[in-house]
Design a protein around this ligand. Structure first.
Ligand code: ZN
Length: 204
């Protein structure tokens, strides 16, 4: 399979619910290998199929750079069965949203059901994850549901992110007068600093 190309941040594929995968075929295995390559090449810690323009419920996760005790994994049809242990906030970036970062609240621990693919082996599995691994899986499963991390930012940070993305776009800006009046009050120092900086967050 040739190298995968990232979907642009305004590609509609990022906003639709991805389809279930019926069977793990050789094509899916080849796609997973290409996803791992793309994730490594882009310096990401996770990648969902819609991010490379394929609307299927497939993700790869590699949290080893931040949690060396974990292992990279490829999951097909992942479902988060349960969230517990309270929540935590951390700064996330996204390979699909260039130059945007934001603080996202997510569950500390999750239970995941999925088909795990490792080489030729394919097995239905249920496992628990915590820390960054849990955060990355939640971010990727959001991608499968057409949800981006900016949707989970508190206002007005979400508006700031949307406005920054709109500036990159040739499409009309989604901002409204109501947003603009609030943003004019908060845009400067703190909110902006909190949201937009160079690449200090993990890109998921
Ligand atoms: Zn992402």
């Amino acid at each position: 399979m040739s190298a995968l190309r990232l979907a642009g941040y305004d590609d509609p594929v990022l906003r639709r619910r991805a389809d279930e995968v019926g069977e793990v075929t050789d094509d899916i295995r080849a796609f997973l290998r290409a996803m791992f390559s793309a994730m490594a090449q882009e310096g990401g810690v996770g990648l969902a199929a819609p991010q490379v323009r394929r609307s299927q419920r497939i993700i790869v996760v590699d949290a080893t750079s931040v949690e060396p005790q974990t292992h990279p994994m490829a999951l097909v049809n992942p479902v988060i069965l349960k969230r517990w242990g309270g929540t935590s906030v951390a700064t996330e970036g996204c390979l699909s949203l260039p130059g945007i970062e934001g603080d996202v609240r997510r569950a500390r621990r999750i239970r995941v059901q999925a088909t795990r693919v490792a080489g030729r082996a394919t097995e239905p599995t249920t496992f628990d994850a915590e820390g960054w691994e849990a955060r990355i899986i939640q971010h990727e499963v959001d991608h499968l549901d057409g949800v981006l991390f900016i949707d989970r930012l508190r206002l007005p940070h979400r508006w700031l992110a949307e406005r920054r993305l709109a500036k990159l776009s040739t499409r009309p800006s989604p901002s409204t007068n109501a947003q603009d009046s609030v943003l004019s009050k908060v845009e400067a120092p703190s909110a902006k600093r909190e949201l937009i900086t160079a690449r200090r967050a993990l890109r998921i």
